[in-house]
Design a protein around this ligand. Structure first.
Ligand code: MG
Length: 452
């Protein structure tokens, strides 16, 4: 059984994800690191955070690693710290999942997400159960470092045109949803001279204010408040603050794909170079890249794939269409607070957020999912059929079929026996038509697969 999913190890706290599993995963990491080095360990605001963090600390110390306990931190905050002060890191978080969940994610010495092959090696050590436990005199040293979040926000401020932002005295409503971003975002905004109004800014793992996933449905109060207060914008994080979403001055939620393209456009106005995004992202990204005359690289879905590619080709900017934006000059991982500071930098030129959103091309989407018993055979058949029909296809992750006026992406789910179909076009009716076309291809292929 694979322990690691797309986002580390996840499960319900004290059921699947219990202290024993956490202890042994930390021991596995220590063994993998040859019982040498220093690691930072932190958690988000979840109730089970301290319990699991303590287990991870014990496990790491028992294999001879030195541990720095960084307390409650956003994921990008510990990533920034690891890059500068540690050889690896562990963040205990379940990101946007409901409150009963928690998760464990490893961080590489350069602050980026742990590579897949590293996770595979750790998994092997875990299942073999042979840990590099050291003798008593070699157990690791322990200390706490409470300045991590301050160090992180200070460095964000140094990465943007803070003076211009401060001169504008922006009014911002920040909904940190009682997650880890409650400890950073309101203070970052304050230090950027903003007038800050907060919602759910008390760290609380029961998440009494809203679900940690920052979707428009979960942010209805924020949308209203931005409008009522006449704020310049509203912002909201997910539970571990690696992602962020924006509400414009009219109280309108900015589509995540629009945000990504908007930021790409801005970054390219200041520096020329390639962009990176997952194959699931909007055509807007290639429009922006074409307009600027730069290369766009499509990767498999998952921020780690985007980040690795960005490092490889020295990209100017990259990110996913879910509010996960990566600024390589700052660090190679999704960073919600950094994205917020960058948006303020753009706004300080005098543009309104609604105008910025309108400055990128418009597209429409349609999506559906269908059950699949023989996913692999079905996907092979769809691929064959699409090639026979002469379509341009991309198999980086699932099958993306390009049409003259849109595209459809057919991707099996990693966790359920279903296939997801996602389409995009310049008109809503066209997007729906392409979605149905993709759906029919899958249904026909599935039938044939089932007959065999
Ligand atoms: Mg997250």
């Amino acid at each position: 059984m694979s322990l690691f999913g797309t986002n580390g190890v996840r499960g319900i706290a004290n059921e699947y994800l219990n202290p024993e599993l956490t202890l042994n995963l930390a021991r596995s990491l220590g063994t993998y690191m040859g019982s040498k080095g220093t690691i930072a360990i932190g958690c988000d605001t979840r109730i089970s955070g301290q319990m699991l963090k303590s287990a991870a600390i014990s496990g790491a110390l028992s294999t001879g690693l030195n541990v720095i306990d960084v307390g409650i931190v956003p994921t990008p905050s510990i990533q920034y710290y690891v890059r500068d002060y540690a050889d690896a890191g562990i963040i205990i978080t379940a990101s946007h999942n409901p409150r009963e969940y928690n998760g464990i994610k490893f961080i590489s010495g350069d602050g980026s997400e742990f590579p897949r092959d590293g996770e595979k090696n750790i998994e092997k050590i875990y299942y073999a159960g042979k840990y590099g436990i050291v003798s008593w005199e070699k157990t690791g040293s322990f200390r706490m470092d409470p300045i991590v979040n301050e160090y992180y926000t200070k460095n964000i401020i140094n990465s943007v045109d803070a003076e211009n932002i401060r001169n504008r005295r922006f009014k911002v409503v920040a909904d940190t949803g009682c997650g880890a971003g409650s400890l950073t975002l309101p203070f970052l905004l304050r230090d950027l001279g903003c007038q800050v109004l907060t919602l759910g800014a008390q760290p609380d793992g029961t998440f009494p204010w809203r679900n940690p996933e920052p979707t428009p449905e979960n942010l209805t109060e924020l949308l209203k408040l931005v409008k009522i207060t006449g704020a310049d914008m509203g912002v909201a994080h997910d539970g571990d603050a690696d992602r962020i979403v924006f509400i414009d001055e009219n109280g309108v939620f900015i589509n995540d794909e629009v945000l990504l393209a908007m930021m790409a456009k801005y970054m390219l106005e200041h520096e020329s170079g390639p962009l990176v995004t997952p194959i699931s992202s909007s055509q807007r990204m290639s429009d922006i890249a074409n307009e600027a005359g730069v290369e766009l690289y499509w990767t498999a879905v998952g921020s780690i794939n985007v980040a690795r590619k960005m490092m490889e080709i020295n990209a100017v900017f990259g990110g996913e269409g879910n509010g996960g934006l990566i600024f390589p000059k700052h660090q190679y991982c999704r960073d919600g607070a950094m994205a917020c500071a960058k948006i303020l930098e753009i706004l300080s030129s005098g543009k309104r957020l609604s105008e910025l959103a309108k400055s990128v091309p418009e597209y429409f989407n349609a999506k559906t999912k269908i059950p699949s018993k023989n996913t692999q055979a079905t996907m092979e058949r769809v691929k064959l059929k699409a090639s026979e029909l002469g379509f341009r296809i991309d198999t980086t992750d699932g099958i993306k079929i390009w049409y003259e006026d849109g595209w459809v992406l057919i991707r099996p789910s990693g966790t359920e026996p279903i296939v997801r179909i996602f389409a995009e076009a310049k008109k809503q009716v066209k997007a729906e038509e392409l979605m149905r076309e993709g759906m029919n291809m899958v249904i026909r292929a599935e039938k044939t697969s089932n007959l065999e």
